[in-house]
Write a protein that binds this ligand. Structure first.
Ligand SMILES: Cc1cc2nc3c(=O)[nH]c(=O)nc-3n(C[C@H](O)[C@H](O)[C@H](O)COP(=O)(O)OP(=O)(O)OC[C@H]3O[C@@H](n4cnc5c(N)ncnc54)[C@H](O)[C@@H]3O)c2cc1C
Length: 390
Protein backbone atom coordinates (compact mmCIF):
# COMPACT_ATOMS: atom_id res chain seq x y z
CA UNK A 1 0.00 0.00 0.00
CA UNK A 2 1.25 3.50 -0.85
CA UNK A 3 0.66 6.39 1.51
CA UNK A 4 -0.03 10.03 0.56
CA UNK A 5 0.42 12.38 3.51
CA UNK A 6 -1.22 15.82 3.34
CA UNK A 7 0.05 18.36 5.89
CA UNK A 8 -2.46 20.96 7.15
CA UNK A 9 -6.24 21.17 6.95
CA UNK A 10 -6.58 24.21 4.69
CA UNK A 11 -7.49 24.84 1.08
CA UNK A 12 -4.43 23.11 -0.40
CA UNK A 13 -5.08 19.87 1.49
CA UNK A 14 -8.80 19.89 0.78
CA UNK A 15 -8.40 20.39 -2.96
CA UNK A 16 -5.42 18.05 -3.29
CA UNK A 17 -7.57 15.44 -1.50
CA UNK A 18 -10.49 16.07 -3.90
CA UNK A 19 -8.28 15.61 -6.97
CA UNK A 20 -6.73 12.45 -5.50
CA UNK A 21 -10.09 10.86 -4.70
CA UNK A 22 -11.44 11.67 -8.19
CA UNK A 23 -8.39 10.13 -9.90
CA UNK A 24 -7.56 7.19 -7.62
CA UNK A 25 -11.06 5.91 -6.84
CA UNK A 26 -10.22 2.28 -7.72
CA UNK A 27 -6.88 2.22 -5.87
CA UNK A 28 -8.52 3.74 -2.76
CA UNK A 29 -11.37 1.21 -2.87
CA UNK A 30 -8.95 -1.71 -3.20
CA UNK A 31 -6.83 -0.37 -0.30
CA UNK A 32 -3.75 0.13 -2.51
CA UNK A 33 -3.47 3.77 -1.53
CA UNK A 34 -4.04 5.48 1.80
CA UNK A 35 -4.52 9.24 2.26
CA UNK A 36 -3.49 10.63 5.65
CA UNK A 37 -4.17 14.24 6.69
CA UNK A 38 -2.16 15.66 9.61
CA UNK A 39 -3.57 18.96 10.82
CA UNK A 40 -3.13 21.18 13.87
CA UNK A 41 -6.80 22.16 13.52
CA UNK A 42 -9.75 19.75 13.61
CA UNK A 43 -11.74 21.89 11.17
CA UNK A 44 -11.26 23.51 7.78
CA UNK A 45 -11.66 27.26 8.24
CA UNK A 46 -13.35 28.92 5.28
CA UNK A 47 -11.60 32.30 5.59
CA UNK A 48 -13.56 33.92 2.76
CA UNK A 49 -16.56 34.65 5.01
CA UNK A 50 -14.49 35.89 7.98
CA UNK A 51 -15.74 39.45 7.45
CA UNK A 52 -19.37 38.28 7.52
CA UNK A 53 -18.76 36.29 10.73
CA UNK A 54 -17.05 39.25 12.40
CA UNK A 55 -19.85 41.59 11.32
CA UNK A 56 -22.41 39.20 12.83
CA UNK A 57 -23.95 38.30 9.47
CA UNK A 58 -23.02 34.59 9.63
CA UNK A 59 -22.56 32.14 12.51
CA UNK A 60 -18.98 30.93 12.83
CA UNK A 61 -20.12 27.29 12.55
CA UNK A 62 -21.09 27.78 8.91
CA UNK A 63 -17.45 28.60 8.05
CA UNK A 64 -15.94 25.62 9.89
CA UNK A 65 -16.19 22.11 8.51
CA UNK A 66 -14.77 19.18 10.50
CA UNK A 67 -11.93 17.65 8.48
CA UNK A 68 -13.33 14.15 8.98
CA UNK A 69 -16.57 15.30 7.32
CA UNK A 70 -14.83 17.18 4.47
CA UNK A 71 -12.42 14.32 3.66
CA UNK A 72 -14.23 11.07 4.55
CA UNK A 73 -11.85 8.83 2.55
CA UNK A 74 -8.78 10.09 4.47
CA UNK A 75 -7.36 9.10 7.84
CA UNK A 76 -7.35 12.45 9.69
CA UNK A 77 -4.82 12.90 12.50
CA UNK A 78 -5.23 15.89 14.79
CA UNK A 79 -1.58 16.74 15.50
CA UNK A 80 1.10 19.36 14.93
CA UNK A 81 3.83 18.39 12.49
CA UNK A 82 7.24 18.96 14.08
CA UNK A 83 9.69 17.67 11.47
CA UNK A 84 9.98 16.20 8.02
CA UNK A 85 12.79 13.74 7.29
CA UNK A 86 13.34 13.98 3.53
CA UNK A 87 15.96 11.18 3.52
CA UNK A 88 14.01 8.60 5.53
CA UNK A 89 10.74 9.92 3.97
CA UNK A 90 9.00 10.25 7.32
CA UNK A 91 6.86 12.94 8.96
CA UNK A 92 7.22 13.52 12.70
CA UNK A 93 4.27 14.96 14.58
CA UNK A 94 3.03 15.25 18.17
CA UNK A 95 4.14 11.99 19.83
CA UNK A 96 4.40 9.91 16.63
CA UNK A 97 5.80 9.57 13.12
CA UNK A 98 4.69 8.15 9.79
CA UNK A 99 6.34 7.12 6.50
CA UNK A 100 5.16 8.67 3.23
CA UNK A 101 5.39 7.80 -0.46
CA UNK A 102 4.09 11.23 -1.48
CA UNK A 103 4.00 14.32 0.73
CA UNK A 104 2.06 17.59 0.26
CA UNK A 105 3.08 20.60 2.37
CA UNK A 106 -0.03 22.73 2.82
CA UNK A 107 0.73 24.24 6.23
CA UNK A 108 0.07 27.82 5.08
CA UNK A 109 1.43 31.00 6.69
CA UNK A 110 1.34 33.05 9.88
CA UNK A 111 1.51 36.77 10.63
CA UNK A 112 5.06 37.64 11.79
CA UNK A 113 4.05 39.02 15.20
CA UNK A 114 7.62 39.18 16.51
CA UNK A 115 8.37 42.02 14.06
CA UNK A 116 6.72 44.48 16.51
CA UNK A 117 7.80 44.95 20.12
CA UNK A 118 5.15 43.40 22.41
CA UNK A 119 2.85 42.15 19.63
CA UNK A 120 3.76 38.48 20.07
CA UNK A 121 1.49 37.07 22.78
CA UNK A 122 -0.87 40.09 22.67
CA UNK A 123 -1.77 40.48 19.00
CA UNK A 124 -4.61 38.37 17.63
CA UNK A 125 -4.42 36.69 14.25
CA UNK A 126 -7.06 34.75 12.34
CA UNK A 127 -5.15 31.76 10.96
CA UNK A 128 -4.61 29.39 13.90
CA UNK A 129 -7.01 26.99 15.65
CA UNK A 130 -9.62 28.94 17.62
CA UNK A 131 -8.33 32.37 16.49
CA UNK A 132 -11.64 33.64 15.06
CA UNK A 133 -13.64 32.45 18.09
CA UNK A 134 -11.10 34.28 20.32
CA UNK A 135 -11.61 37.53 18.42
CA UNK A 136 -15.41 37.24 18.63
CA UNK A 137 -15.17 36.64 22.36
CA UNK A 138 -12.87 39.63 22.85
CA UNK A 139 -15.07 42.07 20.92
CA UNK A 140 -18.10 41.10 23.01
CA UNK A 141 -16.56 42.78 26.05
CA UNK A 142 -14.85 45.77 24.47
CA UNK A 143 -13.73 48.69 26.62
CA UNK A 144 -11.94 50.64 23.87
CA UNK A 145 -11.28 50.51 20.16
CA UNK A 146 -9.98 47.50 18.28
CA UNK A 147 -6.66 48.30 16.61
CA UNK A 148 -6.29 46.57 13.25
CA UNK A 149 -2.67 46.50 12.10
CA UNK A 150 -2.21 46.33 8.33
CA UNK A 151 -4.22 48.06 5.59
CA UNK A 152 -4.17 45.43 2.85
CA UNK A 153 -7.45 44.02 1.54
CA UNK A 154 -7.83 41.61 4.50
CA UNK A 155 -7.16 44.37 7.08
CA UNK A 156 -9.56 46.78 5.39
CA UNK A 157 -12.32 44.16 5.15
CA UNK A 158 -11.90 43.16 8.79
CA UNK A 159 -11.80 46.78 10.00
CA UNK A 160 -15.05 47.41 8.12
CA UNK A 161 -16.65 44.25 9.55
CA UNK A 162 -15.69 45.22 13.11
CA UNK A 163 -17.01 48.75 12.60
CA UNK A 164 -20.28 47.32 11.19
CA UNK A 165 -20.56 45.37 14.44
CA UNK A 166 -20.53 48.76 16.20
CA UNK A 167 -16.99 48.41 17.52
CA UNK A 168 -14.79 51.52 17.32
CA UNK A 169 -11.84 50.67 15.05
CA UNK A 170 -8.43 52.25 14.48
CA UNK A 171 -6.75 50.95 11.30
CA UNK A 172 -2.97 51.43 11.24
CA UNK A 173 -1.27 51.27 7.87
CA UNK A 174 2.47 51.89 7.39
CA UNK A 175 2.12 52.86 3.70
CA UNK A 176 0.66 56.26 2.81
CA UNK A 177 -2.66 54.73 1.70
CA UNK A 178 -4.76 51.65 2.36
CA UNK A 179 -4.84 48.77 -0.18
CA UNK A 180 -1.74 50.08 -2.00
CA UNK A 181 -1.52 47.09 -4.36
CA UNK A 182 -5.15 47.59 -5.43
CA UNK A 183 -4.41 51.30 -5.95
CA UNK A 184 -1.85 50.46 -8.61
CA UNK A 185 -4.11 47.98 -10.44
CA UNK A 186 -7.62 49.35 -9.80
CA UNK A 187 -7.59 52.93 -8.41
CA UNK A 188 -11.41 53.17 -8.59
CA UNK A 189 -11.85 50.08 -6.42
CA UNK A 190 -9.19 51.31 -3.98
CA UNK A 191 -11.05 54.64 -3.70
CA UNK A 192 -14.26 52.71 -2.97
CA UNK A 193 -12.51 50.81 -0.15
CA UNK A 194 -11.39 54.13 1.39
CA UNK A 195 -14.92 55.55 1.06
CA UNK A 196 -16.45 52.48 2.74
CA UNK A 197 -14.07 52.83 5.69
CA UNK A 198 -15.12 56.49 5.98
CA UNK A 199 -18.83 55.56 5.84
CA UNK A 200 -18.35 53.06 8.66
CA UNK A 201 -16.41 55.54 10.81
CA UNK A 202 -13.09 53.65 10.86
CA UNK A 203 -10.27 55.86 12.17
CA UNK A 204 -7.62 55.28 9.46
CA UNK A 205 -4.02 56.20 10.36
CA UNK A 206 -1.73 55.95 7.32
CA UNK A 207 2.03 56.49 7.14
CA UNK A 208 2.56 55.26 10.72
CA UNK A 209 3.71 51.96 12.14
CA UNK A 210 2.87 50.17 15.35
CA UNK A 211 6.04 50.67 17.41
CA UNK A 212 5.10 48.84 20.62
CA UNK A 213 2.20 47.02 22.24
CA UNK A 214 1.60 46.50 25.95
CA UNK A 215 -1.33 45.14 27.96
CA UNK A 216 -3.48 48.26 27.65
CA UNK A 217 -2.17 50.31 24.74
CA UNK A 218 -0.57 50.52 21.33
CA UNK A 219 2.15 53.11 20.66
CA UNK A 220 2.48 54.31 17.07
CA UNK A 221 5.65 55.52 15.34
CA UNK A 222 4.40 59.16 15.41
CA UNK A 223 4.33 58.98 19.23
CA UNK A 224 0.54 58.74 19.54
CA UNK A 225 -0.92 56.15 21.91
CA UNK A 226 -4.20 54.24 21.46
CA UNK A 227 -5.71 52.73 24.61
CA UNK A 228 -6.88 49.24 23.70
CA UNK A 229 -6.91 45.63 24.80
CA UNK A 230 -7.61 44.18 21.36
CA UNK A 231 -5.00 44.30 18.60
CA UNK A 232 -5.61 42.34 15.40
CA UNK A 233 -2.62 41.76 13.13
CA UNK A 234 -3.14 41.43 9.37
CA UNK A 235 0.42 42.40 8.53
CA UNK A 236 1.16 39.94 5.75
CA UNK A 237 2.60 36.58 6.47
CA UNK A 238 5.53 34.24 6.59
CA UNK A 239 5.27 30.57 5.68
CA UNK A 240 4.99 28.16 8.62
CA UNK A 241 8.54 26.81 9.05
CA UNK A 242 8.84 23.02 9.32
CA UNK A 243 12.10 21.55 10.62
CA UNK A 244 13.80 19.32 8.09
CA UNK A 245 12.85 21.46 5.09
CA UNK A 246 15.52 24.15 5.72
CA UNK A 247 17.71 22.91 2.88
CA UNK A 248 14.97 23.48 0.26
CA UNK A 249 14.93 26.70 -1.80
CA UNK A 250 12.81 29.45 -0.17
CA UNK A 251 11.88 33.04 -0.98
CA UNK A 252 12.23 36.05 1.35
CA UNK A 253 8.90 35.15 3.04
CA UNK A 254 10.13 31.66 3.88
CA UNK A 255 7.91 30.05 1.21
CA UNK A 256 9.08 26.87 -0.51
CA UNK A 257 9.95 27.62 -4.13
CA UNK A 258 8.17 25.12 -6.37
CA UNK A 259 8.96 23.84 -9.85
CA UNK A 260 6.33 24.35 -12.58
CA UNK A 261 4.95 20.92 -11.54
CA UNK A 262 4.67 22.25 -7.94
CA UNK A 263 7.38 19.92 -6.62
CA UNK A 264 9.76 21.16 -3.90
CA UNK A 265 11.78 17.94 -3.48
CA UNK A 266 11.50 14.38 -4.84
CA UNK A 267 7.95 13.17 -4.04
CA UNK A 268 7.23 16.36 -2.04
CA UNK A 269 4.80 18.98 -3.42
CA UNK A 270 3.63 22.30 -2.01
CA UNK A 271 1.14 25.06 -2.81
CA UNK A 272 -0.90 27.86 -1.17
CA UNK A 273 0.53 30.20 1.45
CA UNK A 274 3.37 27.76 2.26
CA UNK A 275 4.73 27.94 -1.28
CA UNK A 276 6.18 30.39 -3.77
CA UNK A 277 4.43 29.35 -7.00
CA UNK A 278 5.34 31.17 -10.22
CA UNK A 279 2.49 32.56 -12.32
CA UNK A 280 2.49 30.53 -15.57
CA UNK A 281 2.57 33.68 -17.73
CA UNK A 282 4.37 36.42 -15.75
CA UNK A 283 6.70 34.14 -13.77
CA UNK A 284 6.03 36.33 -10.68
CA UNK A 285 4.87 34.64 -7.45
CA UNK A 286 1.09 34.20 -7.43
CA UNK A 287 -0.88 36.01 -4.69
CA UNK A 288 -1.23 34.27 -1.34
CA UNK A 289 -5.00 33.87 -1.36
CA UNK A 290 -7.63 31.15 -1.35
CA UNK A 291 -8.17 31.09 -5.11
CA UNK A 292 -4.53 30.25 -5.81
CA UNK A 293 -4.38 27.76 -2.92
CA UNK A 294 -7.48 26.00 -4.29
CA UNK A 295 -6.26 25.84 -7.89
CA UNK A 296 -2.67 24.90 -7.06
CA UNK A 297 -3.87 22.40 -4.42
CA UNK A 298 -6.05 20.74 -7.05
CA UNK A 299 -3.10 20.59 -9.44
CA UNK A 300 -0.87 19.07 -6.76
CA UNK A 301 -3.48 16.34 -6.23
CA UNK A 302 -3.47 15.55 -9.97
CA UNK A 303 0.32 15.40 -10.10
CA UNK A 304 0.53 13.18 -7.01
CA UNK A 305 -1.97 10.80 -8.64
CA UNK A 306 0.13 10.78 -11.82
CA UNK A 307 3.32 10.12 -9.85
CA UNK A 308 1.71 7.20 -8.00
CA UNK A 309 0.89 5.68 -11.41
CA UNK A 310 4.48 6.17 -12.55
CA UNK A 311 3.71 9.13 -14.83
CA UNK A 312 5.51 12.48 -14.88
CA UNK A 313 3.79 15.62 -13.62
CA UNK A 314 2.28 18.43 -15.70
CA UNK A 315 2.99 22.17 -15.30
CA UNK A 316 0.55 24.38 -13.38
CA UNK A 317 -1.21 26.50 -16.00
CA UNK A 318 -3.98 28.36 -14.15
CA UNK A 319 -3.94 32.08 -15.04
CA UNK A 320 -6.09 33.62 -12.30
CA UNK A 321 -9.49 35.30 -11.99
CA UNK A 322 -9.22 38.40 -9.79
CA UNK A 323 -9.94 39.50 -6.24
CA UNK A 324 -12.89 40.80 -4.21
CA UNK A 325 -13.86 42.25 -0.85
CA UNK A 326 -17.12 43.00 0.92
CA UNK A 327 -18.22 45.91 3.12
CA UNK A 328 -21.66 44.59 3.99
CA UNK A 329 -24.58 43.05 2.11
CA UNK A 330 -24.76 44.50 -1.42
CA UNK A 331 -21.56 46.50 -0.94
CA UNK A 332 -18.75 44.73 -2.76
CA UNK A 333 -15.68 45.58 -4.77
CA UNK A 334 -14.28 43.07 -7.27
CA UNK A 335 -11.61 42.92 -9.90
CA UNK A 336 -12.73 40.26 -12.37
CA UNK A 337 -10.15 39.54 -15.12
CA UNK A 338 -9.08 43.22 -14.80
CA UNK A 339 -12.66 44.62 -14.92
CA UNK A 340 -13.59 46.70 -11.86
CA UNK A 341 -17.01 45.92 -10.38
CA UNK A 342 -18.73 47.48 -7.37
CA UNK A 343 -21.99 47.27 -5.39
CA UNK A 344 -24.44 44.40 -5.73
CA UNK A 345 -22.84 42.88 -8.84
CA UNK A 346 -19.45 42.60 -7.12
CA UNK A 347 -21.02 41.38 -3.89
CA UNK A 348 -23.16 38.68 -5.54
CA UNK A 349 -20.25 37.50 -7.64
CA UNK A 350 -18.04 37.18 -4.56
CA UNK A 351 -20.69 35.30 -2.56
CA UNK A 352 -21.42 33.00 -5.52
CA UNK A 353 -17.74 32.19 -5.88
CA UNK A 354 -17.37 31.41 -2.18
CA UNK A 355 -20.49 29.22 -2.11
CA UNK A 356 -19.11 27.22 -5.05
CA UNK A 357 -15.90 26.50 -3.13
CA UNK A 358 -17.25 25.91 0.39
CA UNK A 359 -16.30 22.35 1.38
CA UNK A 360 -19.72 21.58 2.88
CA UNK A 361 -22.80 21.72 0.61
CA UNK A 362 -25.18 21.73 3.59
CA UNK A 363 -23.39 24.72 5.16
CA UNK A 364 -23.16 26.54 1.81
CA UNK A 365 -26.93 26.14 1.29
CA UNK A 366 -27.62 27.83 4.64
CA UNK A 367 -25.46 30.90 3.88
CA UNK A 368 -27.89 32.91 1.67
CA UNK A 369 -30.76 32.48 4.17
CA UNK A 370 -28.59 33.48 7.14
CA UNK A 371 -27.25 36.53 5.28
CA UNK A 372 -30.77 37.63 4.33
CA UNK A 373 -32.20 37.04 7.82
CA UNK A 374 -29.38 38.65 9.78
CA UNK A 375 -28.95 41.65 7.48
CA UNK A 376 -32.73 42.34 7.73
CA UNK A 377 -32.37 42.16 11.52
CA UNK A 378 -29.41 44.56 11.42
CA UNK A 379 -26.66 41.93 11.83
CA UNK A 380 -27.01 40.68 15.41
CA UNK A 381 -23.74 39.63 17.03
CA UNK A 382 -22.79 36.07 16.15
CA UNK A 383 -23.57 33.59 18.88
CA UNK A 384 -20.52 31.73 20.08
CA UNK A 385 -22.78 28.85 21.11
CA UNK A 386 -22.76 27.73 17.50
CA UNK A 387 -18.99 27.31 17.22
CA UNK A 388 -17.80 23.83 16.32
CA UNK A 389 -16.43 22.22 19.50
CA UNK A 390 -12.76 21.23 19.27
C1 LIG B 1 -8.96 36.39 8.03
C2 LIG B 1 -8.61 35.97 6.64
C3 LIG B 1 -9.46 36.30 5.59
C4 LIG B 1 -9.15 35.90 4.30
N1 LIG B 1 -10.01 36.23 3.29
C5 LIG B 1 -9.74 35.81 2.05
C6 LIG B 1 -10.65 36.11 0.99
O1 LIG B 1 -11.68 36.76 1.17
N2 LIG B 1 -10.35 35.65 -0.25
C7 LIG B 1 -9.20 34.92 -0.49
O2 LIG B 1 -8.97 34.50 -1.63
N3 LIG B 1 -8.32 34.64 0.48
C8 LIG B 1 -8.57 35.06 1.74
N4 LIG B 1 -7.67 34.79 2.75
C9 LIG B 1 -6.42 34.09 2.43
C10 LIG B 1 -6.66 32.60 2.36
O3 LIG B 1 -7.42 32.18 3.45
C11 LIG B 1 -5.31 31.86 2.34
O4 LIG B 1 -4.56 32.31 1.23
C12 LIG B 1 -5.56 30.36 2.26
O5 LIG B 1 -6.13 29.92 3.49
C13 LIG B 1 -4.26 29.57 2.01
O6 LIG B 1 -4.57 28.20 2.02
P1 LIG B 1 -3.52 27.14 2.56
O7 LIG B 1 -4.14 25.81 2.37
O8 LIG B 1 -2.21 27.40 1.95
O9 LIG B 1 -3.35 27.46 4.10
P2 LIG B 1 -4.44 27.49 5.27
O10 LIG B 1 -5.82 27.54 4.73
O11 LIG B 1 -3.99 28.59 6.17
O12 LIG B 1 -4.23 26.09 5.97
C14 LIG B 1 -3.06 25.76 6.68
C15 LIG B 1 -3.36 24.57 7.54
O13 LIG B 1 -2.15 24.05 8.09
C16 LIG B 1 -2.33 23.80 9.45
N5 LIG B 1 -1.00 23.82 10.09
C17 LIG B 1 -0.15 24.87 10.18
N6 LIG B 1 0.99 24.48 10.79
C18 LIG B 1 0.85 23.16 11.05
C19 LIG B 1 1.69 22.17 11.65
N7 LIG B 1 2.92 22.44 12.10
N8 LIG B 1 1.21 20.91 11.77
C20 LIG B 1 -0.02 20.59 11.31
N9 LIG B 1 -0.85 21.47 10.75
C21 LIG B 1 -0.42 22.74 10.60
C22 LIG B 1 -3.30 24.87 9.91
O14 LIG B 1 -3.93 24.53 11.12
C23 LIG B 1 -4.26 24.87 8.72
O15 LIG B 1 -5.18 23.81 8.88
C24 LIG B 1 -7.96 35.17 4.06
C25 LIG B 1 -7.12 34.83 5.11
C26 LIG B 1 -7.43 35.20 6.40
C27 LIG B 1 -6.53 34.82 7.54
Amino acid sequence: MKRVVLLGGGYVTLHAYGALVRRLRGELRRGEIEIVVISADTVHNFHGFTGEVVAGLLPIALTQTPLTEAMPRARVLHARVTRVDLVARRVHFTDDELAYDALVVGTGGREPLDAVDGLAGRGLTLRGPGDLADLLQRVQVLDGPVVVVGGGLAGVELAAALAARAAPVVLVQSADRVVPALHTEQPRLAARCTAELGRLGVDVRTGVRVAAVDDGSVTLSDGSVVRTHVVLATTGQRAVALAGLESLPRDDRGRLVTTRDLLVAPDVWSAGDAACVAHPRSGLPVTANALWAIKAGDHVGRNVARALRGRSGTPFRYLGLGQAASFGVGRGVADLYGFPLTGWVAWLMRVGFFLRFMPSRSRALRVPGELARRSRAGGPPTSLQTAVPR
